[in-house]
Ligand binder design. Structure first.
Ligand SMILES: NC(=O)c1ccc[n+]([C@@H]2O[C@H](COP(=O)([O-])OP(=O)(O)OC[C@H]3O[C@@H](n4cnc5c(N)ncnc54)[C@H](O)[C@@H]3O)[C@@H](O)[C@H]2O)c1
Ligand SMILES: [Zn+2]
Ligand SMILES: [Zn+2]
Length: 352
Protein backbone atom coordinates (compact mmCIF):
# COMPACT_ATOMS: atom_id res chain seq x y z
CA UNK A 1 0.00 0.00 0.00
CA UNK A 2 0.99 3.67 -0.39
CA UNK A 3 1.98 5.47 2.82
CA UNK A 4 3.52 8.79 3.81
CA UNK A 5 6.74 7.99 5.71
CA UNK A 6 8.74 10.29 8.00
CA UNK A 7 12.52 9.86 7.60
CA UNK A 8 13.68 12.71 9.85
CA UNK A 9 13.28 16.50 9.95
CA UNK A 10 12.12 17.87 6.58
CA UNK A 11 12.34 14.42 5.03
CA UNK A 12 9.06 12.82 3.96
CA UNK A 13 8.37 10.30 1.20
CA UNK A 14 5.35 8.55 -0.28
CA UNK A 15 6.37 4.89 -0.33
CA UNK A 16 5.10 1.36 -0.81
CA UNK A 17 4.73 -0.33 2.55
CA UNK A 18 3.21 -3.67 3.55
CA UNK A 19 -0.44 -3.56 4.54
CA UNK A 20 -0.85 -3.62 8.33
CA UNK A 21 -2.13 -6.83 9.89
CA UNK A 22 -3.92 -7.49 13.19
CA UNK A 23 -1.39 -7.63 16.05
CA UNK A 24 -3.88 -8.02 18.94
CA UNK A 25 -7.39 -9.43 19.09
CA UNK A 26 -8.61 -5.93 20.09
CA UNK A 27 -7.23 -4.32 16.88
CA UNK A 28 -9.05 -3.39 13.70
CA UNK A 29 -7.62 -2.73 10.25
CA UNK A 30 -9.27 0.27 8.62
CA UNK A 31 -9.09 1.17 4.94
CA UNK A 32 -8.64 4.93 4.91
CA UNK A 33 -10.95 6.89 2.64
CA UNK A 34 -10.23 10.40 4.00
CA UNK A 35 -7.33 11.73 6.03
CA UNK A 36 -5.79 15.14 6.64
CA UNK A 37 -2.67 16.89 7.98
CA UNK A 38 -2.42 18.45 11.45
CA UNK A 39 -0.27 21.34 12.63
CA UNK A 40 1.31 18.69 14.85
CA UNK A 41 2.52 16.88 11.70
CA UNK A 42 4.23 20.15 10.73
CA UNK A 43 5.90 20.22 14.17
CA UNK A 44 7.03 16.62 13.61
CA UNK A 45 8.47 17.64 10.26
CA UNK A 46 10.39 20.50 11.91
CA UNK A 47 11.89 18.06 14.42
CA UNK A 48 9.84 19.36 17.38
CA UNK A 49 8.65 15.85 18.39
CA UNK A 50 11.97 13.97 18.62
CA UNK A 51 10.37 10.76 20.00
CA UNK A 52 9.12 9.93 16.50
CA UNK A 53 11.36 7.36 14.88
CA UNK A 54 12.40 7.60 11.23
CA UNK A 55 10.34 5.12 9.20
CA UNK A 56 7.08 6.05 10.91
CA UNK A 57 3.93 6.47 8.80
CA UNK A 58 2.47 9.83 9.89
CA UNK A 59 -1.15 10.89 10.46
CA UNK A 60 -3.56 10.69 13.39
CA UNK A 61 -6.77 11.77 11.68
CA UNK A 62 -8.95 9.64 9.44
CA UNK A 63 -12.24 8.24 8.25
CA UNK A 64 -12.49 4.84 6.61
CA UNK A 65 -14.11 1.45 6.31
CA UNK A 66 -13.33 -1.45 8.66
CA UNK A 67 -11.50 -4.08 6.61
CA UNK A 68 -10.95 -6.58 9.41
CA UNK A 69 -11.77 -6.64 13.13
CA UNK A 70 -9.94 -8.77 15.72
CA UNK A 71 -11.77 -11.52 17.59
CA UNK A 72 -12.17 -9.38 20.74
CA UNK A 73 -13.59 -6.32 18.96
CA UNK A 74 -17.26 -6.25 19.95
CA UNK A 75 -18.72 -3.16 18.30
CA UNK A 76 -17.18 -2.96 14.83
CA UNK A 77 -17.36 -5.28 11.85
CA UNK A 78 -16.01 -5.50 8.35
CA UNK A 79 -17.70 -2.88 6.14
CA UNK A 80 -18.56 -0.41 8.94
CA UNK A 81 -17.86 3.23 8.16
CA UNK A 82 -15.83 4.73 11.01
CA UNK A 83 -14.21 7.84 12.40
CA UNK A 84 -10.73 7.18 13.82
CA UNK A 85 -9.88 9.07 17.03
CA UNK A 86 -6.30 10.29 17.39
CA UNK A 87 -6.32 8.86 20.91
CA UNK A 88 -5.86 5.16 21.58
CA UNK A 89 -7.26 4.06 24.94
CA UNK A 90 -7.65 0.75 26.74
CA UNK A 91 -10.64 2.07 28.72
CA UNK A 92 -9.50 0.21 31.84
CA UNK A 93 -6.32 1.75 33.27
CA UNK A 94 -6.31 4.38 36.02
CA UNK A 95 -5.90 7.26 33.56
CA UNK A 96 -8.72 5.98 31.30
CA UNK A 97 -11.01 5.61 34.33
CA UNK A 98 -10.30 9.27 35.15
CA UNK A 99 -11.16 10.31 31.58
CA UNK A 100 -7.49 11.12 30.83
CA UNK A 101 -7.43 8.89 27.77
CA UNK A 102 -4.44 10.76 26.34
CA UNK A 103 -2.35 9.31 29.17
CA UNK A 104 -3.65 5.72 28.88
CA UNK A 105 -0.81 3.44 29.96
CA UNK A 106 -1.33 1.27 26.89
CA UNK A 107 -2.35 4.06 24.53
CA UNK A 108 -2.52 7.85 24.35
CA UNK A 109 -1.50 9.67 21.19
CA UNK A 110 0.01 6.71 19.38
CA UNK A 111 -1.18 6.90 15.75
CA UNK A 112 1.41 8.62 13.60
CA UNK A 113 3.63 8.86 16.69
CA UNK A 114 4.49 5.60 18.50
CA UNK A 115 2.82 3.44 15.84
CA UNK A 116 2.08 3.85 12.13
CA UNK A 117 -0.64 6.36 11.33
CA UNK A 118 -3.46 7.23 8.98
CA UNK A 119 -1.73 8.95 6.04
CA UNK A 120 -1.81 5.66 4.16
CA UNK A 121 -4.23 3.32 2.42
CA UNK A 122 -4.71 1.20 5.56
CA UNK A 123 -4.06 1.61 9.28
CA UNK A 124 -4.07 -0.69 12.29
CA UNK A 125 -6.19 0.80 15.08
CA UNK A 126 -5.47 -0.70 18.54
CA UNK A 127 -8.38 -0.99 21.03
CA UNK A 128 -10.80 -0.52 18.16
CA UNK A 129 -13.86 -0.54 20.43
CA UNK A 130 -12.72 2.72 22.09
CA UNK A 131 -10.65 4.21 19.22
CA UNK A 132 -13.36 4.13 16.55
CA UNK A 133 -16.79 5.73 16.21
CA UNK A 134 -19.59 4.58 13.92
CA UNK A 135 -20.53 6.91 11.08
CA UNK A 136 -23.69 6.49 9.04
CA UNK A 137 -22.92 5.49 5.43
CA UNK A 138 -24.09 8.90 4.20
CA UNK A 139 -21.92 10.88 6.68
CA UNK A 140 -19.90 13.69 5.15
CA UNK A 141 -16.32 12.45 5.46
CA UNK A 142 -14.71 15.89 5.23
CA UNK A 143 -16.77 17.15 8.16
CA UNK A 144 -16.21 13.94 10.12
CA UNK A 145 -12.42 13.94 9.77
CA UNK A 146 -12.33 17.30 11.60
CA UNK A 147 -13.42 15.29 14.66
CA UNK A 148 -10.36 13.02 14.78
CA UNK A 149 -8.20 15.74 16.35
CA UNK A 150 -8.84 19.42 15.81
CA UNK A 151 -12.40 19.89 17.12
CA UNK A 152 -11.87 17.93 20.36
CA UNK A 153 -8.51 19.71 20.76
CA UNK A 154 -9.99 23.19 20.32
CA UNK A 155 -12.80 22.36 22.73
CA UNK A 156 -10.92 20.43 25.43
CA UNK A 157 -7.49 22.10 25.48
CA UNK A 158 -8.84 25.54 24.53
CA UNK A 159 -12.44 26.38 25.47
CA UNK A 160 -12.90 23.94 28.37
CA UNK A 161 -9.45 24.31 29.92
CA UNK A 162 -9.79 28.10 29.49
CA UNK A 163 -13.19 27.88 31.25
CA UNK A 164 -14.84 30.17 28.72
CA UNK A 165 -17.96 31.64 30.31
CA UNK A 166 -20.84 33.88 29.16
CA UNK A 167 -19.60 37.44 28.76
CA UNK A 168 -15.88 36.57 28.75
CA UNK A 169 -13.37 38.29 26.52
CA UNK A 170 -11.36 35.56 24.83
CA UNK A 171 -8.19 35.89 22.75
CA UNK A 172 -7.05 33.02 20.56
CA UNK A 173 -3.45 33.23 19.37
CA UNK A 174 -3.16 31.20 16.18
CA UNK A 175 -5.93 30.99 13.56
CA UNK A 176 -4.86 27.65 12.14
CA UNK A 177 -7.34 24.77 12.12
CA UNK A 178 -6.88 24.22 15.87
CA UNK A 179 -7.28 27.91 16.75
CA UNK A 180 -10.34 28.04 14.48
CA UNK A 181 -11.71 24.90 16.16
CA UNK A 182 -11.24 26.67 19.52
CA UNK A 183 -13.11 29.64 18.02
CA UNK A 184 -16.04 27.47 16.88
CA UNK A 185 -16.32 25.60 20.17
CA UNK A 186 -15.70 28.59 22.48
CA UNK A 187 -18.86 30.13 21.01
CA UNK A 188 -20.88 27.30 22.58
CA UNK A 189 -20.20 29.09 25.92
CA UNK A 190 -21.36 32.58 24.81
CA UNK A 191 -18.28 34.77 25.33
CA UNK A 192 -18.84 38.49 24.68
CA UNK A 193 -15.78 38.90 22.46
CA UNK A 194 -13.34 36.61 20.68
CA UNK A 195 -10.19 38.31 19.44
CA UNK A 196 -8.27 36.24 16.91
CA UNK A 197 -4.54 36.82 16.45
CA UNK A 198 -2.39 35.50 13.59
CA UNK A 199 0.12 36.58 10.95
CA UNK A 200 -2.06 35.30 8.10
CA UNK A 201 -4.77 37.69 6.84
CA UNK A 202 -6.58 34.93 4.96
CA UNK A 203 -6.99 32.87 8.13
CA UNK A 204 -8.01 35.98 10.09
CA UNK A 205 -10.67 36.69 7.47
CA UNK A 206 -11.95 33.13 7.85
CA UNK A 207 -11.98 33.63 11.64
CA UNK A 208 -14.17 36.74 11.32
CA UNK A 209 -16.59 34.81 9.11
CA UNK A 210 -16.64 31.99 11.72
CA UNK A 211 -17.69 34.32 14.55
CA UNK A 212 -14.57 36.13 15.82
CA UNK A 213 -15.48 39.67 16.84
CA UNK A 214 -12.01 41.18 16.24
CA UNK A 215 -8.93 40.16 14.26
CA UNK A 216 -5.36 41.28 14.98
CA UNK A 217 -2.50 40.69 12.56
CA UNK A 218 0.55 40.38 14.82
CA UNK A 219 3.22 40.69 12.08
CA UNK A 220 4.24 44.13 13.37
CA UNK A 221 5.04 42.78 16.84
CA UNK A 222 2.40 45.07 18.41
CA UNK A 223 -0.38 42.55 19.06
CA UNK A 224 -0.21 42.96 22.85
CA UNK A 225 -0.73 46.74 22.57
CA UNK A 226 -3.60 46.23 20.12
CA UNK A 227 -5.36 43.76 22.44
CA UNK A 228 -4.90 46.06 25.43
CA UNK A 229 -6.39 48.93 23.37
CA UNK A 230 -9.32 46.74 22.28
CA UNK A 231 -10.01 45.79 25.91
CA UNK A 232 -9.53 49.35 27.30
CA UNK A 233 -6.39 48.15 29.09
CA UNK A 234 -8.27 45.43 30.96
CA UNK A 235 -6.76 42.45 29.15
CA UNK A 236 -8.60 39.22 28.33
CA UNK A 237 -10.32 36.70 30.58
CA UNK A 238 -9.10 33.74 28.52
CA UNK A 239 -6.00 33.51 26.32
CA UNK A 240 -5.75 30.38 24.21
CA UNK A 241 -2.29 29.63 22.78
CA UNK A 242 -2.76 27.64 19.53
CA UNK A 243 0.63 28.05 17.84
CA UNK A 244 3.38 26.42 19.95
CA UNK A 245 6.07 29.12 20.12
CA UNK A 246 7.57 30.96 23.08
CA UNK A 247 6.63 34.30 21.41
CA UNK A 248 2.94 33.38 21.26
CA UNK A 249 2.99 32.06 24.83
CA UNK A 250 4.58 35.39 25.87
CA UNK A 251 1.78 37.22 24.10
CA UNK A 252 -0.82 35.28 26.11
CA UNK A 253 0.96 36.28 29.32
CA UNK A 254 1.12 39.93 28.22
CA UNK A 255 -2.65 40.23 27.60
CA UNK A 256 -4.15 38.13 30.40
CA UNK A 257 -6.36 40.01 32.86
CA UNK A 258 -6.11 39.42 36.62
CA UNK A 259 -8.04 36.24 37.39
CA UNK A 260 -7.68 35.11 33.77
CA UNK A 261 -6.95 31.67 32.36
CA UNK A 262 -4.17 30.87 29.89
CA UNK A 263 -4.91 27.62 28.08
CA UNK A 264 -1.90 26.30 26.19
CA UNK A 265 -2.82 24.14 23.20
CA UNK A 266 0.28 24.44 21.01
CA UNK A 267 2.91 21.70 20.83
CA UNK A 268 6.17 23.33 21.95
CA UNK A 269 9.52 22.09 20.69
CA UNK A 270 11.51 24.59 22.78
CA UNK A 271 11.22 25.99 26.31
CA UNK A 272 8.98 29.00 26.86
CA UNK A 273 9.39 31.53 29.71
CA UNK A 274 6.92 32.01 32.54
CA UNK A 275 6.74 35.67 33.63
CA UNK A 276 6.20 35.10 37.32
CA UNK A 277 7.90 38.44 38.10
CA UNK A 278 4.65 39.99 36.84
CA UNK A 279 2.08 37.22 37.10
CA UNK A 280 2.78 35.93 40.61
CA UNK A 281 0.13 38.29 41.99
CA UNK A 282 -2.33 38.15 39.06
CA UNK A 283 -4.41 35.14 40.20
CA UNK A 284 -4.10 33.51 36.82
CA UNK A 285 -4.60 29.87 35.94
CA UNK A 286 -2.32 28.19 33.41
CA UNK A 287 -3.34 24.90 31.85
CA UNK A 288 -1.66 22.45 29.48
CA UNK A 289 -3.24 19.38 27.97
CA UNK A 290 -2.87 16.64 25.45
CA UNK A 291 -6.32 16.22 23.94
CA UNK A 292 -8.23 13.31 25.51
CA UNK A 293 -10.92 13.23 22.80
CA UNK A 294 -13.55 12.38 25.42
CA UNK A 295 -15.79 15.03 23.84
CA UNK A 296 -15.81 13.34 20.41
CA UNK A 297 -19.25 11.66 20.79
CA UNK A 298 -20.81 14.99 21.78
CA UNK A 299 -19.10 16.85 18.91
CA UNK A 300 -20.11 14.12 16.48
CA UNK A 301 -23.75 14.67 17.42
CA UNK A 302 -23.39 18.43 16.93
CA UNK A 303 -21.79 17.99 13.50
CA UNK A 304 -24.42 15.46 12.45
CA UNK A 305 -27.29 17.71 13.54
CA UNK A 306 -25.80 20.65 11.63
CA UNK A 307 -25.27 22.71 14.82
CA UNK A 308 -21.49 22.72 14.19
CA UNK A 309 -20.35 23.28 10.61
CA UNK A 310 -16.99 21.48 10.55
CA UNK A 311 -16.73 21.22 6.79
CA UNK A 312 -16.12 24.94 6.37
CA UNK A 313 -12.59 24.42 7.73
CA UNK A 314 -11.65 22.53 4.54
CA UNK A 315 -9.90 24.71 1.95
CA UNK A 316 -8.04 22.22 -0.27
CA UNK A 317 -8.52 18.64 -1.47
CA UNK A 318 -5.88 16.22 -2.74
CA UNK A 319 -5.61 12.54 -3.63
CA UNK A 320 -3.18 10.36 -1.65
CA UNK A 321 -0.63 10.33 -4.55
CA UNK A 322 -0.42 14.14 -4.13
CA UNK A 323 0.14 14.10 -0.37
CA UNK A 324 3.57 15.77 -0.58
CA UNK A 325 1.88 18.65 -2.42
CA UNK A 326 -0.75 18.69 0.33
CA UNK A 327 2.04 19.06 2.95
CA UNK A 328 3.55 21.86 0.91
CA UNK A 329 0.20 23.65 0.67
CA UNK A 330 -0.60 23.27 4.39
CA UNK A 331 2.97 24.19 5.39
CA UNK A 332 2.76 27.40 3.29
CA UNK A 333 -0.77 28.21 4.39
CA UNK A 334 -0.56 32.00 4.05
CA UNK A 335 0.79 31.85 0.49
CA UNK A 336 -1.60 29.08 -0.53
CA UNK A 337 -4.59 30.53 1.37
CA UNK A 338 -4.99 27.16 3.07
CA UNK A 339 -6.89 26.26 6.21
CA UNK A 340 -7.35 22.48 6.46
CA UNK A 341 -6.29 20.22 3.59
CA UNK A 342 -8.15 16.97 3.05
CA UNK A 343 -6.62 13.90 1.40
CA UNK A 344 -8.93 11.39 -0.27
CA UNK A 345 -8.05 7.88 -1.22
CA UNK A 346 -8.88 7.49 -4.88
CA UNK A 347 -10.56 4.21 -5.61
CA UNK A 348 -11.97 4.01 -2.11
CA UNK A 349 -15.60 3.05 -1.99
CA UNK A 350 -18.11 5.11 -0.09
CA UNK A 351 -16.66 8.44 -1.14
CA UNK A 352 -19.04 11.33 -1.12
N1 LIG B 1 -2.43 19.88 22.80
C1 LIG B 1 -2.85 19.03 21.88
O1 LIG B 1 -3.34 17.94 22.19
C2 LIG B 1 -2.78 19.40 20.43
C3 LIG B 1 -3.54 18.66 19.49
C4 LIG B 1 -3.50 19.06 18.15
C5 LIG B 1 -2.72 20.14 17.75
N2 LIG B 1 -1.97 20.81 18.69
C6 LIG B 1 -1.13 21.96 18.34
O2 LIG B 1 -1.95 23.09 18.10
C7 LIG B 1 -1.19 24.04 17.34
C8 LIG B 1 -2.02 24.56 16.18
O3 LIG B 1 -2.32 23.51 15.26
P1 LIG B 1 -2.84 23.87 13.78
O4 LIG B 1 -3.19 22.60 13.10
O5 LIG B 1 -3.83 24.95 13.84
O6 LIG B 1 -1.44 24.42 13.16
P2 LIG B 1 -1.07 25.43 12.00
O7 LIG B 1 0.40 25.33 11.81
O8 LIG B 1 -1.95 25.21 10.80
O9 LIG B 1 -1.48 26.86 12.57
C9 LIG B 1 -0.66 27.64 13.36
C10 LIG B 1 -1.05 29.10 13.12
O10 LIG B 1 -0.21 29.92 13.92
C11 LIG B 1 0.12 31.08 13.18
N3 LIG B 1 1.35 31.66 13.72
C12 LIG B 1 2.62 31.22 13.57
N4 LIG B 1 3.48 32.04 14.22
C13 LIG B 1 2.72 33.01 14.79
C14 LIG B 1 3.02 34.15 15.57
N5 LIG B 1 4.28 34.46 15.90
N6 LIG B 1 1.99 34.92 15.99
C15 LIG B 1 0.70 34.63 15.65
N7 LIG B 1 0.36 33.56 14.90
C16 LIG B 1 1.37 32.77 14.48
C17 LIG B 1 0.25 30.59 11.76
O11 LIG B 1 0.12 31.65 10.80
C18 LIG B 1 -0.87 29.56 11.68
O12 LIG B 1 -2.08 30.12 11.18
C19 LIG B 1 0.08 23.31 16.89
O13 LIG B 1 1.12 23.64 17.78
C20 LIG B 1 -0.32 21.86 17.06
O14 LIG B 1 0.80 21.02 17.22
C21 LIG B 1 -2.01 20.45 20.00
ZN1 LIG C 1 -3.74 16.71 15.42
ZN1 LIG D 1 -6.05 3.09 29.49
Amino acid sequence: MKALVFHGPNDLALEDRPRPVLAQATDAIVRITTTTICGTDLHILKGDVPAIAPGRILGHEGVGIVEEAGADVANFHKGDKVLISLITSCGRCGFCRKGMFSHCIAGGWRLGNGIDGTQAEYVRVPFADTGLYHLPPEADEEAAVMLSCILPTGLECGALNGQVKPGDIVAIVGAGPVGLAALLTAQLYSPAEIIMIDLDDNRLKAALSFGATKAVNSSDGKAAERVMDLTRAAGVDVAIEAVGLSATFDLCQAIIAPGGRIANVGVHGKPAGLHLERLWSANITLTTRLVDAGTTPMLLKMVQSGRLDAKKLVSHRFGLPEILKAYDTFGNAAKERAIKVVIRNAGAEGLN
